[in-house]
Design a protein around this ligand. Structure first.
Ligand code: HEC
Ligand code: HEC
Length: 508
């Protein structure tokens, strides 16, 4: 009902916008009627520029600053990693919009640096930005963590994760796991390659390594009777938190049961992390201000680029803004767009995930979760807000320049044919195990099958729109580095952020 009304309104408003556009072009009141044409395009696409302000309403309460600040400390504290060498911030860095500082994430056994000189075994994919994730109905590169209601703020249908969590661990109407991010925060500490740690005594590659022995004399708890590995890891993390007096005090100030002597439990950890993520909503870009009527918020080039994005370029077909996409520039569905297949070089210390395919240099994407070969090479349309802050693009960081990532879409076959990981700007270890492309191109999404011709000036405008029109200045390094604490409750050394000078940090 509400939807039908909205649809009717949208077409009415679009028609009105169209009339205005005609009037505008007749008088040329605003440079060829750009403003009216763009307003009409945004109405038609369902874009309002008001998603950020919906946060407290959809949460049903204001953000709890004290809980968020505890989440911030946990984000940067290696105490959540069983071997004390990595934490969320090691991959989701405030210097790069809370996304990766690398083309492909480096997790455990890193050199304590975050930035261009981070080193250690590679995982499988690039770390996506944790900014604005509060609005994502499906998380991860293949959308495998999902709110079944289609709304991350609504758990009435439960949250679905791959096994062992499945659909029951964070089931419908759980009174505590009320947002998809609270469920999600249960996962990273259990990821062996990201945070928990392991290294077989027999090397890091190959099916023979023992994931429960890190070769350092410490042993990850074995699966319990049901083969359920994740829960024992969580318990081990909790033991660390519960034996840290500073954490007992900080959780106690927020949770009466802890103050009364009870244990810190994992949902408390996850609520703190999610609350911190709620403070990382930066969705007030020039395009939002324009949509709210501030026509001067965008440059003419941005406006022309936006018209290509929503029009001739048809980017909005996948980078959607309407309905459940929450104006995040993603349909949160999976597509094959023919991204060059990049994998770490083979050998000890080079990578710690076994890649797909006979050459162990492929990523099957959605198929990894569904088991359906028709889903091979499918990845979630990337939300595009604040893309300008990223140092690499696509699920594997195959490109390091935004213009290359956009140009790839225009003529995928040519992009693949011309692809050279060295000129694309990749680190050496990612240039040596390029995967096959013929099977990927054979599955290319029909929407990208025909090359899109753009004049050089049109391409430039499109780039300027994606780079500047979708950027919220608050997400810049200059504004976020201050979130890195000088010290953390566990007393572990804080990771060193190469692009966050110490003086930009807050005193803690
Ligand atoms: C080793 C690097 C690494 C660490 C450490 C890490 N992440 Fe991630 N994170 C990733 C990668 C890589 C992905 C995407 C993985 C995939 O889709 O297969 C991701 C995905 C996510 C997403 C989903 C983003 C999206 O666009 O859907 C969220 C939210 C997130 N991580 C939060 C966290 C939190 C909270 C922590 C700490 C408790 C954490 N991460 C620790 C690398 C990391
Ligand atoms: C068929 C659906 C589809 C269309 C149409 C499409 N994209 Fe994409 N786009 C994707 C998918 C899927 C990804 C992520 C692919 C991956 O990482 O493997 C992506 C990734 C991107 C990225 C990289 C973002 C990041 O974080 O890595 C940019 C930039 C981008 N698209 C811009 C555009 C522009 C501009 C257009 C219009 C010219 C466009 N896209 C059209 C599906 C699409």
């Amino acid at each position: 009902m509400a939807r039908a009304t909205f649809g009717w309104m949208a077409s009415w408003v679009a028609a009105l916008g169209f009339e205005l556009a005609m009037a505008g072009s007749a008088t040329a009141a605003d440079g060829n009627g750009l403003d009216v044409r763009l307003s009409a395009a945004l109405y038609a696409a369902g874009f309002t520029g008001r998603v950020e302000e919906s946060l407290p309403r959809r949460l049903g309460r204001p953000v709890n600053r004290q809980l968020a600040d505890l989440g911030r400390l946990l984000w940067f504290d290696k105490s959540g990693g069983l071997h004390s060498d990595n934490t969320c911030g090691g991959c989701h860095s405030p210097a790069t919009g809370f996304g990766d500082s690398q083309s492909m994430a480096i997790g455990i056994q890193n050199n304590n640096l975050v930035g261009p000189h981070r080193a250690g075994p590679r995982n499988q994919r690039r770390t996506p930005a944790a900014v604005n994730v509060a609005f994502y109905p499906r998380l991860m590169w293949n959308g495998r963590f999902a709110s079944l209601s289609g709304d991350p703020f609504d758990n009435s249908a439960g949250f679905s994760f791959p096994p062992p969590e499945g659909t029951t661990r964070f089931g419908p109407n759980d009174p505590i796991i009320t947002h998809l991010l609270i469920a999600q925060a249960h996962m990273p500490p259990t990821e062996l390659v990201e945070v928990a740690g392991f290294t077989g005594t027999r090397g890091t590659i190959g099916p023979e390594f023992d994931p429960f022995d890190d070769g350092l004399g410490s042993v990850v708890p074995p699966p319990d009777a049901s083969g359920y590995r994740n829960e024992p890891i969580r318990q081990a993390v909790l033991e660390r938190l519960n034996s840290t007096p500073a954490y007992r005090q900080k959780f106690g100030a927020l949770f009466p049961s802890v103050a009364a002597g009870g244990p810190i439990d994992f949902s408390m950890f996850s609520r703190a992390i999610a609350e911190f993520e709620f403070t990382l909503v930066f969705a007030d870009a020039p395009i939002d201000r324009f949509a709210r009527g501030e026509t001067g918020a965008m440059s003419e080039a941005q406006k022309r680029g936006a018209l290509i994005f929503f029009g001739k370029g048809n980017c909005v077909a996948c980078h959607a803004v309407a309905g459940q996409s929450n104006e995040m520039f993603s349909d949160f569905r999976n597509h094959v767009i023919g991204v060059p297949q990049v994998a770490p070089a083979f050998g000890v210390g080079r990578g710690n995930v076994i890649f797909d395919g006979p050459g162990r240099n492929e990523d099957f994407g959605l198929e990894q979760v569904t088991g359906n070969p028709a889903d091979r090479y499918k990845f979630r349309s990337s939300p595009l807000r604040n893309a300008a802050l990223q140092v690499a693009f696509f699920h594997n960081g195959a490109f390091t320049r935004l213009e290359d990532a956009i140009r790839h879409h225009l003529d995928v076959a040519r992009s693949v044919r011309d692809y050279d990981p060295i000129t694309a700007g990749l680190d050496n270890d990612l240039t040596l195990a390029i995967g096959p492309m013929a099977p990927v191109l054979a599955r290319l999404d029909p929407l990208l099958a025909t090359p899109l011709e753009l004049r050089p000036d049109e391409f430039r405008d499109l780039l300027i729109f994606v780079r500047d029109g979708l950027l919220d200045e608050r997400a810049r390094r200059e504004n976020l580095c201050k979130l890195v604490p000088r010290s953390v409750p566990s007393g572990f050394t804080v990771l060193q952020f190469e692009r966050c000078p110490a003086r930009e940090r807050e005193d803690h």
